[in-house]
Design a protein around this ligand. Structure first.
Ligand code: GDP
Length: 336
């Protein structure tokens, strides 16, 4: 790649028609835009690379929270009120667990439990996480390809004022209260992105790469930490854009803003954009944010990024893809 990302030109004509879209995402925030993209990208053309560094074993079950959020969002099964898990869920399992005085800090709804049991059963039979996830996606009627970032084990842990904590211990059990001083992705340097992940990023019919509005520090950066992912992103043949997870200095949900502040970083969309410098061509800040100064590293554009309804998701997905298309054909680089 020559020049800065914002000066980069993308070929027009010659290659195959650009139809493939790749999204990178974590759980609940990212899954909303992934769902929007799934509504506007033709079936089979969307690949969603999902963080698995939050995965953990609990009560003997293998749980992949971000994959499950994406599966439930795309299958139309996500609970819109709670913001996680399945809609119309029942809780007999948790009630019975409590009666047995078993660990009950991680909520597992009855229908959700079926998914963890089946994933764990298939993994124990020797299937990879990619194979299991492909099966679950098919079973739930999802046309997009949901790709775990890796079949190797990577675990986020955080150094806090209470010492080192595993991610779910920090996120769920301690409800993000401890102050974060450092974040590590244990195993990332030795792990491999799955073959499907690299193949998706290297497609020569790529239309756009979209980094969804996910927590940059614990949802997107574990994906970027895998050997080969940054190189594949830099070598891509289509524009890459990211959407802010921070609106008017606040996270919609979760600890992204708190973590940025505790790590001494500015709590803003632009601060998130800087973490992706060199990897993306454009960053979408929210229309509610004050105008940001231009940067030589990428184009800053603005859009309504709050997704409260399925229509909001779809509108943002259209806007992001329109911006990518405009960048590819050189029609313009500002305003969405
Ligand atoms: P998690 O793994 O479940 O925490 O989910 P993600 O990392 O994918 O998403 C968390 C981030 O999504 C938080 O920083 C939220 O601020 C952000 N987020 C959630 N909903 C929205 C939304 O509707 N619009 C935008 N722009 N960001 C959102």
């Amino acid at each position: 790649m020559s020049g800065t990302a914002a000066q980069r030109a993308f070929a027009v004509g010659g290659g195959p028609r650009p139809t493939a879209v790749v999204a990178l995402c974590g759980g609940v925030g990212g899954a909303k835009l992934a769902d929007g993209l799934a509504r506007v990208v033709p079936a089979g053309e969307l690949s969603i690379i999902v963080n698995t560094a939050d995965d953990f074993r609990h009560l003997g079950l293998w749980i992949s929270p971000d994959i499950d959020s994406v599966l439930y969002a795309l299958a139309g099964l996500a609970d819109p009120v709670r913001g996680w898990g399945r809609r119309d869920e029942t809780w007999s399992f948790m009630a019975a667990l409590r009666q047995l005085q078993a660990p009950d800090w991680f909520q597992l709804g009855d229908a959700d439990l079926a998914l963890h049991v089946e994933r764990t059963r298939r993994l124990a039979q020797g299937e990879t996480l990619s194979e299991v996830t492909a099966h679950l996606g098919r079973a739930l009627g999802i046309a997009a390809r949901v790709l775990p970032m890796s079949d190797d084990r990577v675990s986020t842990r955080l150094l806090t004022d209470e010492g080192w904590l595993d991610f779910q211990e920090y996120f769920v059990h301690r409800q993000c209260c401890p102050r974060v001083q450092r974040i590590e992705f244990v195993g990332a340097a030795q792990a491999h992105p799955s073959a499907a992940v690299l193949a998706a990023l290297r497609r020569d019919d790529l239309r756009a790469v979209v980094i969804c509005p996910s927590n940059p520090l614990v949802s997107i950066e574990p994906i970027l930490a895998l050997p080969g992912v940054r190189v594949a992103l830099r070598d891509r043949v289509a524009p890459a854009l990211a959407v802010t997870p921070i609106i008017a200095g606040r996270a919609i949900k979760g600890p992204a803003a708190k973590m940025l502040g505790e790590l001494g970083l500015e709590v803003s969309g632009v601060s998130v954009a800087q973490r992706y410098a060199g990897l993306i061509d454009a960053f979408v800040i929210d229309a509610a944010d004050p105008p940001a100064a231009a940067t030589p590293q990428m184009v800053l554009t603005r859009a309504q990024t709050l997704m409260q309804t399925p229509a909001d998701r779809e509108r943002l997905a259209h806007a992001v893809l329109a911006q990518a298309d405009a960048m590819r054909v050189g029609l313009g680089r500002g305003g969405m």
